[in-house]
Every structure is written in C-alpha cells, then in structure tokens.
Ligand binder design. Structure first.
Ligand code: ADP
Ligand code: MG
Length: 782
C-alpha cells in the first residue's frame, strides 16, 4: 500500500520534468554502435569525438566504451540519458546510488570536448578530490585533463587546477577564490579563469538550500598603535592658534604653529612622514569636528554613530577605519575590532556567473520551481536502472514526544535484533547525541555521524549497510557517499564494534555479505521526525533501496514536533487512540496535518529565499558592474587615462619627473585602492540600510522599494567618490614612495568564511556580528 502511494506521488511529481524521448532515442542508437566501437583499437578511441559530435549516439558509444575500459564500469542507458540531459543544460534527478559521479564525469567530458572549461561543483573537499581521482583515467582516455582544489591548496596549486579542462572543487572554495581575486592588484596573481560551465552535484542542496549562504571575505588593518598618544596630543591644542576649521566645519588643518608643536611633541619631521600626517589629521578630525552626543554617542563602552539625516543611532555603521579608532581614542575607549567585510557573495550569485549550468541530485523535482525561478533551469527525471523496491511505510504518529521516543527505541531494538542494518536520520546534532545516549542505556552501540572530517564521514556512511550496524546521522542530504549492503562497518563512536561483539569477519566474500543483508530486508531507514521539506525526507529515504536493493523506510512523528508547533501552531493535532496505551494517533487528519505543516514550511522557506534574493540581486548587479570597471583598470590604462584627463598638469609634471610608466602604475594602484575601499564602505552602508529598512516598513513604505531607492544613488555616489578620492591622492601623494604609508593601506590580512547557521536571521546582521569571532578562528592570510 505504502509503495503504491509512493509510486503515485512520484508519478504525480513528474509533469514538471522535460521530455526524455529524444535522448532515449540517441541512447538506443548508441547501443547499436556498441559492438563496433568495442572493436576499435585503443588509439582510435577518441577519433570522431569532435566538438560537434558531442551529444550524438557516436559520442555516447565512445564515452561508454572509454568508461568500460578505464573504470571497469559500463554506463547504463539511464546514465547516458542523464548525460544528454545535462549536456542540454538541465538538472537531472537520479536516485542515490544510480551512479551520478560517472554520469557527471561523462557530461563534463562532453562540455570539455566542446572546448568549454568545466567546474564540477562538489559539496566538500573530500568528494571533490575523490571524484577527480576516481574519474581521472576516464578523462585521460578521452584526451582531457582534470584537477581538484581543496581548502589547503596553495594559490599555485589552484591556478594549476583551474587550468585543467575539468576542475573539481567544493562550492565554497570556488567562491573564496573569486572573492580573493577580487582584491588582487596584479593581473599575474589572479587565480580563477572566466566562468564557463558549472556542473553541480547535489544540485538541490547547493542551488537551493545553500543558495542564500553568503561567502565572506573579511580583512583587518593595523589598528595603529600611536592612536591613544595622538588623541592626548591633540587634546592640548587650541583652536585658532594650533589649528583652524574651514567655514563649513568640514575640514580641519594645523597652522604653522600647530605643526611646530606637534613636531616637537613627537620628535619627528611631519613633512617627511606622511603616515604620521594622516594619524594627526584623523585625531584632529575626531577632536575638533566630531561632537559627542551630536555626531555620536558612547553607550556600553562603544562609540555609536548618529546618522545625521535620520537622527537615530546607526547601529552597525562605523566611520572609515582610522577615524573610528581616532574617535575611540578620543573617548579613551579600547580600540574596537578593525575587521570588516571587504566583499561577500552568495552561492546563488556565484553560480549565476556561469553562462552554462547543469546539475544532478536525487531530489530535484520538489525544487523545480526554484530552479526555474532563480537559475532558469529545468528538471529531467531519469528513471532508475533497476526498479526501486524499497518499502516506504506510512508515518507512525504519536501524541507526545515521550510516546514517540519510546516507540522509536523499541523499533530500533527490534529491528537490530534481526541483524538488519539501520540508518537513523535525526533533525539536528543535539538529537543525534541524545539518541546515542538512549541507545547506549539499552546496551546498543550506534555509530554517530559527527565526524570531524569528510573522509571519516564517508567511511562511516559507506559502512552503514553492514550487518548489525546502527548509524545515527543528521542531514543525510548532500552527503554524497553510497551505502552498499554488506559494506565494511567502522567501529562505533566509542571505538567498539557495531554489535558490541567482535565484528563479524568483514574481509570475507563481499557478495555473500550483501546477500545476507539483503535477506534481512536490506537497509532500514528511520527518520526521527519529518523535515521541514519533503525533499529532505526523500533524500533520507533514498539511502535505502539503491540500485534495486531491498530496503525500507519509516518516519516517527509526534504532535509535539517542531514542524507542527512552528508551522501550524493554531491547529491541535488529533488525540491518541483512547484504546491505545502507547499513545498512537490513528486519526486520518494527523497525516494530513503533517503534510500541511510541511507545505507551510516549504512556502516559508521559499519566501525567505525569494526575499533574500530580491535584496541581494541589486547588490550582485552592482558588484558585477564594479568588477567590470575594476577589470578594465587592472588590465589596462583606464586609470591613467582618467587621471590624465582630470589632472593634466599634475600628470605631465609627474611623467616628466619619474617617467610615464611609473605614473601609469601608480594611477592603477591608486584607483584600485579607492575602488576596493569604497566598495567595502558601500557594503557597510547597504547592510545598515537593510537593517533599518524594516523600521520604515512600519511607516507603510515597501521596504524593498525603499532599499532600492537608496541603494541605487548610493552606488552612483560611490563611483563619484572613487573618482574624487583618486584625484585627491594623485594630486598629493608622492608616487615614488610606498603608497601604503600615505593612507592607501590595504588590509594586512584577509579571512574567508561562510555564514551558515540560523537561516531566519538577517544575513548581514549575522555576518557583521560574527566577523570578529571568525577573524580569530580562521586566522590565515591569503
Ligand atoms: P550517486 O552519486 O548517484 O549516489 P555514485 O556515483 O556514488 O552514486 O555511484 C554509486 C555506486 O555505483 C558506485 O560504487 C559506482 O562505482 C557504482 N556505479 C556507477 N555506475 C555504474 C555502472 N555503470 N556500472 C557499475 N557500477 C556503477
Ligand atoms: Mg553522488
């Protein structure tokens, strides 16, 4: 009955998917070519695979043969259908264990044969490397090169990996490379080539679930140790005598007398120390132009700006680096964290840079709408190679969490007693740990998946199909490792063996072990609660019954589960069957309510995704525009041209003095510096704007319109500001000396991190709050 329902659901799910019949015809034709291709001598294997043959029957037959010879695996027809769908720019839904790694590699090879550079996007470093190394012989046989990137790869290794036809990398590494390139000032240092094709594994996790995750590049500058002394020094100066303020009250400068006093006090010659001039000016600015309780307030030991146009405290805004420190010194406060976000990019923004995207996952249909809306992608549902015979039982529903827990433990113990391997999916890590404890008090020895590294995690998952194993894991979606029946078990969390006895000698006959576990019913998947998306439920279920294996799945639910209390709080779940001592709920409405709650949750998540994208889209557009500008500056003489036009006399004078080449180089560095600096300030401004915008929503203004209304002119004034500051620096800086000493100080170190928890908070808020923590945690330079 349950599997019939499952079947109907799968069937009803399909209409969103594209028509496979043209691909199926090509694959059938490829089948007819098989014998002939098999007879071809090795050296001829690539013959005929020209760019225009990619996607034809000839192509399918040749790559199939290459896989058979190099990997010992002959791609199934359904895998080739998947390859053709991906080559056509679709996301394919192929169940767990159907062999997406191989299908993905054949697809990547196809794009590469067409002359395109392919980035094979993995969910973690371990899988990037595993897949690249596993598929390497296949690529080699097709005359293609492959590389991979990990977090520990050096810039040289990365550049090398990106130069290959196909590059495997975790999505975060791709993003961080893009962000780090964003700050380079020499074209020779760039790492990432122009994006062409992204082939995304676990496409729903990456393209939808993690789409909103911001990848962040943060940086810190030297706080400047002289600051407190400088504040003390300027405090002793008097207005009119030592310094003057211009009419608008916007600039302050030392008089000759003041210069004299400062030089004596510091024992230096200001004229020859432009760095010190900057420090003095900042201190003076803080002292003379900014007034406490007018321009800023001091609260909780921190300086808070008062936004002059809005008259309210601008919570997250700071002055530019040096000034903030100067004001803090003026108020005798400790210097606050100088780390700031230099740039950030969402995963969605990162992937949308690729002109061609395709992907693969076990569960794509349920996110078909998002894939179309956010990436213009369509889903192709590829049937399994062997029909799925997994038995999906209906949910077991209980009135209270306590009833549920008891029943869950009983079920685990009963199934385990037969030797059947069990995979338990929990909703969070805390629940996994709790369950681990409970199972141990019952004398069971589960393996809890809280592995510190991806390789260990892969080994645990791979062992989950071994006889007698109980594996407890949270978030099975996107884990990318196959569970084979009778697989090699790993020791449990405390180092003991799965049964608490000696591991049944594992090195015996793998096929016999597989048969034994299959006879027990195969892998049994138990969900401790329904996820807030049916797709995640399906990902978990999909771990059982791979490649036509026997298997089963069931979810335990209670009326007190967060899914119900959070998403349908006003509906009380039906009561337990009065005749049932175990608190079982049999009422039909219970199942309906769960399904309803899940649809509400999915709707809420989609709305959050949409909303974030509405805000980030504008930002990503501005970012792309700015980067285009930056590229022109980096690779050419646009900076020099602009400054020659803006300051012709200065340009001529400098060129005569030091030669035009040096002037051009200096112009480039000056403009790049101000572009990057202003972008960072712009990001800070937008973050603040977005924070504040919801207050305006109370004033019946549409927050998004309001945001756009301010963000667009802010970007324009950013460009003006870059021009203004560049001119100013060009007019005043001594370009034969280090520009960093003259106020053009770049961050002394940068950090990358991604912000992943609490999908319901404001990303910007969390980024800003976490910068300091993350800075300490990932203290690595570029
Ligand atoms: P998925 O990513 O779709 O869950 P994998 O790519 O991890 O699946 O492959 C699952 C298993 O199936 C692997 O052990 C792989 O070697 C095997 N496999 C894939 N394709 C074939 C094939 N055509 N013939 C035999 N084994 C295959
Ligand atoms: Mg996979």
């Amino acid at each position: 009955m349950a599997s019939v329902v499952g079947f109907i659901r799968r069937f009803l799910d399909k209409p969103g998917s594209i028509d496979l019949s043209p691909f199926e015809r090509i694959v059938a034709e490829a089948g007819e070519l098989e014998d002939e291709v098999r007879g071809r001598p090795r050296r001829d294997r690539r013959a005929g695979l020209r760019p225009d043959t990619v996607g034809t029957a000839e192509f399918c037959a040749v790559v199939r043969e290459a896989a058979r010879r190099t990997l010992g695996q002959r791609p199934f027809d359904v895998q080739l259908v998947g390859v053709l769908a991906m080559l056509n720019g679709h996301v394919v839904q192929m169940a767990t264990g159907e062999g997406k790694t191989l299908a993905g590699a054949l697809t990547a090879a196809g794009f590469a044969l067409r002359g395109k550079r392919v980035h094979a996007v993995s969910v973690n470093d371990y899988l990037a490397r595993r897949d690249a190394e596993w598929m390497a012989p296949l690529y080699e046989a097709l005359g293609l090169t492959v590389g991979w990137i990990a977090e520990t790869s050096s810039p040289e290794e990365r550049r090398e990996a990106y130069s290959r036809d196909v590059t495997y990398a975790a999505v975060s590494e791709l993003g961080f490379d893009v962000l780090r390139d964003r700050l380079r000032t020499d074209p020779a240092d760039l790492v990432v080539p122009t994006p062409q094709v992204a082939l995304v594994d676990e496409a729903d996790s990456v393209l939808v679930d993690e789409a909103r995750v911001p990848l962040v590049l943060a940086g810190a500058a030297d706080p400047g140790a002289a600051v407190p002394e400088m504040a003390a020094l300027v405090r002793r100066l008097s207005r009119g005598y030592h310094y003057k303020i211009d009419e608008e009250g916007r600039n302050v400068f030392l008089t000759a007398k003041g210069t004299d006093t400062v030089e004596k006090a510091l024992g230096i010659d200001l004229y020859h120390d432009p760095g010190m001039v900057t420090e003095v000016n900042l201190a003076l600015h803080a002292h003379a132009l900014l007034t406490r309780d007018v321009d800023y307030i001091v609260r909780d030991g921190r300086v808070h700006l008062i936004n002059p146009s809005r008259g309210r405290v601008a919570i997250l805004q700071r002055w530019p680096d040096g000034l903030q420190a100067a004001v803090e010194a003026k108020e005798k406060l400790p210097a606050s964290e100088t780390g700031e976000i230099l740039d950030s990019l969402t995963i969605q923004g990162l992937l949308r840079r690729y002109p061609e995207i395709c992907g693969m996952t076990g569960t794509a249909v349920a996110v078909g709408e998002q894939l179309r809306e956010f990436y213009d992608l369509r889903v192709a549902v590829i049937p399994p190679n062997k029909p799925c015979v997994r038995l999906d039982e209906p949910d077991r529903i209980y009135a209270t969490a306590e009833d549920k827990e008891r029943a869950l433990l009983d079920e685990i113990a009963a199934q385990h007693a037969t030797g059947r391997p069990i995979l338990i999916g929990t909703l969070d890590v805390a629940e996994s740990e709790h369950l681990d404890e409970l199972l141990r008090t019952r004398g069971l020895r589960p393996v809890v998946l809280n592995a510190k590294n991806d390789a260990e995690e892969a080994a645990i998952i791979a062992g989950a199909g071994a006889r007698g194993t109980i594996t407890v894991s949270t978030q099975m979606a996107g884990r990318g490792t196959d569970i084979r029946l009778g697989g090699q078990a790993v020791p449990d969390t405390n180092g003991a063996t799965p049964d608490g006895q000696a591991v049944p000698e594992q090195d015996g006959d793998a096929a016999a072990r597989e048969r034994e576990v299959a006879d027990l019913g195969g892998l049994y998947v138990i969900g401790t609660g329904r996820h807030d998306s049916s797709r995640l439920d399906d990902q978990l279920r999909g771990r059982a019954g791979r490649q036509g294996d026997p298997g089963g799945s069931v979810f335990f639910v209670s009326g007190e589960d967060a899914l119900l209390t959070a998403y349908v709080p006003d509906e009380s779940p039906p009561p337990a069957d009065p005749a049932d001592p175990d608190g079982v709920v049999r009422h039909k409405r219970a199942a309906e309510l769960i399904a309803h709650a899940q649809r509400v949750a999915e709707g809420v998540n989609l709305e959050i995704h949409r909303n974030t994208w509405r805000y980030t889209r504008l930002l990503e557009q501005q970012r792309a525009q700015l980067l285009e500008r930056r590229d022109r500056v980096l690779h050419g003489d646009t900076a020099a041209d602009a400054l020659r036009e803006a300051c012709p006399d200065r340009y001529r004078e400098l060129s005569e003095a030091v030669g035009e080449d040096l002037v051009k180089r200096a112009a480039r560095q000056i403009v790049l510096f101000h572009l990057d600096r202003c972008w960072t300030e712009h990001l800070g401004y937008l973050a603040d704007l977005r924070e504040g915008i919801h207050l305006r929503a109370l004033g019946r203004l549409n927050p998004l319109d309001e945001f756009n209304r301010e963000a667009v002119p802010a970007y324009r004034s950013l460009l003006d500001e870059v021009e203004r500051r560049s001119k100013e620096t060009f007019e005043t800086a001594d370009i034969t000396r280090d520009l960093a000493d003259q106020g053009l100080k770049r961050p002394t170190a940068t950090w990358t991190y991604l912000v992943q928890d609490n999908p319901f908070g404001s990303e910007w808020d969390r980024i800003l709050q976490r910068v300091s923590g993350a800075l300490k945690r990932r203290n690595r330079g570029t």
